[in-house]
Design a binder for this molecule. Structure first.
Ligand SMILES: C[S@@+](CC[C@H](N)C(=O)[O-])C[C@H]1O[C@@H](n2cnc3c(N)ncnc32)[C@H](O)[C@@H]1O
Length: 209
């Protein structure tokens, strides 16, 4: 493995999965990119596999779309970290339903990019030294074409029971400023910042298969 993994988008997911699954449980990471979460899950004792068209060629990772993965009822849990707003939602959700065992767990970590507003722009401007254009218009151009948070939530709710929804820090993670996560969370709680990040904990619903 080597190096220090950039865990800002999936930090804590290994612990949350351990609350749902016994050690050795099979987990699929949908949109695993470089596979760092897969490495963490394997180190935690899960039998984890990642799938992504951009996955490197190495054991535990499959290079391709999740829709192309063969099999049925293969996994006890799946996670999708910042991947669904990029994905073809209907076939991807159908593939996750097919690949999960009945009652399997899906953990989603996502972004409501369309909630970014002038308050968020000011906050990023205050904390970002990169000189990047933080304006709402620039953000809109950067995210145009991606699914909104509501669209992702609706697609997931169509095939899963959502047991839990919670806000998660987004802007501080985007800036790789872990020290600002509590600040962002507090400001979201008092509506001084929009809630951009969110997490869904879901269970497969045989009713909707
Ligand atoms: C923003 S990246 C997130 C990567 C990683 N989960 C993280 O948190 O760093 C989104 C990833 O989803 C992948 N992706 C999009 N559609 C996919 C699909 N249908 N099947 C598998 N991966 C997909 C993309 O290739 C991309 O690597």
């Amino acid at each position: 493995m080597g190096g220090h993994p950039d865990d800002r988008w999936w930090r804590g997911l290994d612990v949350q999965l351990a609350g749902y699954l016994p050690s050795g449980g099979r987990v699929l990471d949908v949109g695993c990119a470089g596979g760092q979460l897969v490495d963490r899950l394997r180190a935690t004792g899960f039998d984890a596999v990642g799938v992504d068209p951009k996955a490197p060629e190495r054991p535990g990772l499959v290079r391709g779309l999740v829709e192309e993965l063969a099999g049925e009822a293969e996994y006890d849990a799946a996670c999708a970290v910042m991947s669904l707003h990029h994905a073809a939602l209907e076939p991807v959700c159908a593939a996750i339903v097919r690949l999960l065992r009945p009652g399997g767990v899906l953990l989603v970590s996502e972004l409501s990019w369309d909630e970014y507003d002038h308050r968020a722009a000011l906050w990023v401007d205050r904390h970002d030294g990169s000189g990047k254009d933080t304006a709402v218009e620039a953000w809109g151009r950067e995210h145009a074409g991606l699914h909104t948070g509501d669209t992702v939530r609706a697609a997931v709710a169509d095939v899963f029971e959502i047991d839990l929804t919670r806000h998660t820090p987004y802007l501080s993670r985007m800036l790789a400023r872990r020290d600002l996560e509590a600040n962002e969370t507090a400001l979201v709680e008092c509506s001084s910042l929009p809630p951009l990040g969110f997490e869904l904990h879901c269970r497969g619903s045989s009713r909707r298969r």
